[in-house]
Each structure stands twice: as structure tokens, then as C-alpha cells.
Ligand binder design. Structure first.
Ligand SMILES: [Ca+2]
Length: 322
């Protein structure tokens, strides 16, 4: 059994990441960060995701839920993180704008008691340890929350982040980032939301595995595969079909036939880590924090270091290499 903590700014792709991680590991806690949308929306979104999952899996131990980073810790943030970023794929509510889904299916949304972030993560670390396992912290939003943990010397976990863009490692996709509409052409979203915290994490984490933006461009679901995923005759499948429709539409509008999974690629890596072959490059990552054309750029240097960049994982039926 793998034990997981998820820090998220959900986000439609976060929803898929959370659902596959819930299904395949024991998620001990989920913490809620600003990012794709403001934190109060993330709380609402994750509450709905968790409620839909528990509706179908009532036996699942209820994960701890807490607030992590409410806002960026950086002096310079070019994206307005206080509002949902409609153009960046997730809709006005950050999860596809289907607020009435539960009511229309005669279901309610659970209420979860929020717990303290740092002490809850420590509790999860200790629990995993008592089961002779190491907790994985899956960071699928800005790295602010991870910085908060590191600053309190809470560091005893396997850390996986979906962030950064390393075009040089991925000639097939070769994308410098996904923030050009915010005048940061060489940055990836989760870095751009808080460049200083990202820099701190890459400088101070004992170990950090990166599933970068380019990797997520090369592993995707085709539209038929997404439809197959959404076509199970279950409430959860119907829920995912509804919330993922907005992202599907936005991707098609932008000329993508594939359903880009982004955060779910990091979740997928977490599931296969230790079970299936993968390839990575080890080294160090520096984040450019000075304003200018390269603001928020992630720079990888191969060699000794705390960072491991995933460049290939063995494909499965649903996940393939382009
Ligand atoms: Ca996310």
C-alpha cells in the first residue's frame, strides 16, 4: 500500500489526479492551496471531488483536509491569483462550471472538518512510518505549501511535483512553458504562481522528483480514452464526465485532439514508481526569480543534486508516449 498526501489547487486536471490517487493508494490527507483558482474555491472543489469519491467508496478512510497556502509568498506575481483564471482551462469556479451536478443527481456534498496543515502532514508521515512505508507528498499546485513544510523541518517524505518546463529534455514537445498569456513565456504555471517559494523548495528539499510540463504534453489521453474513462455507469464517472467537459472543450478550441492530463501524469508516476520501469535525469534545478524575459524559468543542470526529472515511463493501455 502506498500512502499519499496531496497538495492541490484543483483544477480539473487536479481532480483526475486526486481521483486516481484515491483509487490506487491510501490518501491520508489533502491540503488546499491557491493557484488555478483562489483557495476558497479549491476548498469547495476538493470537497466535491472527495464527496463524489466517498459516495462510491464509502469504506475508504476519510482523508484529513486542511488549508495550506492562501496566497503567493513572492514579491512579484504576474498572474492575478485572487480570481479564477477562466482562460487557463478550468472555468469560473475552477472545476468546469457545473455547480448543480450533485443536486441534479439527488446527492449532497459532505462537510469535512479542517485540520491544521503542518501537524496533519507530520501525523501522516508518522502513520506511514508506523506501516513501514514512506509517505509521498504529491504537489500539484504552486510549491508554496511545500516551502511551508520545509521551513518547519517537515521533510521526511518522497516529494513529487508537477511543475517546471524543461524543453531541452523533451525535443518532441520542446515547450518553454504555459504562461505566455501572463507575459512569462518561459515559465510553468505552478512555478509562476510563486517563483520565490519554488526556488526555496528546489534549493532546500532533500529530494524532489519532477514531472514537468513537457512530460505532460507527451503523455495524454485520447478523446476515446477519456470517453471510456467517463462512460462507466457510476455516479463518480458521471461526475468526472461533467467536470472534464469544460477542459475538453477548451483543448479542442485550442486545436488539441488529446486530453492533456497535467497533474494526473504526476499522480500516474507516483502509482508506477517502484512498480514499473521509468527513466529520469538527476541534477539540480534553479528557478530564475529576477524579473525579465526568463522570470520563472526552471533551469536544469545534470549531475549530482537533489532533483530527478522524469523523462520516460513505461506506457500502459491508457497512457502512451507520443
Ligand atoms: Ca494543479
Amino acid at each position: 500500500m502506498k500512502y499519499t498526501w496531496i497538495d492541490t489547487d484543483a483544477g480539473i486536471d487536479d481532480a483526475l489526479a486526486i481521483l486516481v490517487t484515491l483509487k490506487n493508494t491510501q490518501v491520508l490527507g489533502i491540503s488546499l492551496s491557491f493557484g488555478n483558482c483562489p483557495q476558497h474555491m479549491v476548498l469547495r472543489n476538493v470537497t466535491r471531488i472527495l464527496s463524489a469519491f466517498l459516495e462510491q467508496h464509502p469504506e475508504y478512510p476519510v482523508p484529513m483536509l486542511c488549508l495550506s497556502a492562501a496566497h503567493s509568498h513572492s514579491k512579484l506575481v504576474k498572474k492575478d491569483c485572487d480570481k479564477a483564471d477562466y482562460d487557463c482551462w478550468h472555468g469560473h469556479d475552477g472545476m468546469g462550471d457545473v455547480p448543480d451536478f450533485e443536486a441534479s443527481h439527488g446527492k449532497s456534498v459532505c462537510e469535512f472538518q479542517l485540520t491544521d496543515f503542518a501537524s496533519s502532514v507530520q501525523k501522516a508521515i508518522d502513520f506511514a512510518k508506523s506501516m513501514k512505508q514512506v509517505l509521498t507528498v504529491l504537489s500539484i499546485g504552486p510549491l508554496t505549501a511545500v516551502k511551508m513544510l520545509l521551513q518547519q523541518n517537515i521533510a521526511d517524505y518522497n516529494l513529487i511535483t508537477m511543475s517546471c518546463a524543461f524543453p531541452a529534455l523533451f525535443p518532441a514537445s520542446n515547450s518553454p512553458g504555459n504562461m505566455s498569456s501572463f507575459n512569462q513565456p518561459n515559465s510553468e504555471h505552478n512555478i509562476a504562481c510563486d517563483v520565490e517559494s519554488a526556488a526555496y523548495v528546489f534549493d532546500n528539499a532533500k529530494q524532489i522528483t519532477v514531472v514537468d510540463w513537457n512530460f505532460t504534453l507527451t503523455y495524454y489521453l485520447s478523446q476515446p480514452e477519456l470517453q471510456a474513462l467517463n462512460s462507466h455507469s457510476t455516479y463518480l464517472s458521471a461526475f468526472h464526465a461533467q467536470i472534464s467537459q469544460h477542459l475538453t472543450n477548451k483543448l479542442i478550441e485550442a486545436g488539441n485532439e488529446q486530453y492533456l492530463c497535467c497533474d494526473a501524469c504526476a499522480a500516474h508516476f507516483h502509482l508506477i514508481q517502484g512498480n514499473k520501469p521509468f527513466e529520469s535525469q538527476k541534477g539540480t534545478v534553479k528557478i530564475i526569480t529576477e524579473d525579465g524575459e526568463n522570470f520563472g524559468q526552471s533551469v536544469f543542470t545534470k549531475g549530482e543534486g537533489n532533483a530527478e526529472i522524469v523523462v520516460y515511463i513505461q506506457g500502459t493501455n491508457s497512457w502512451k508516449r507520443s
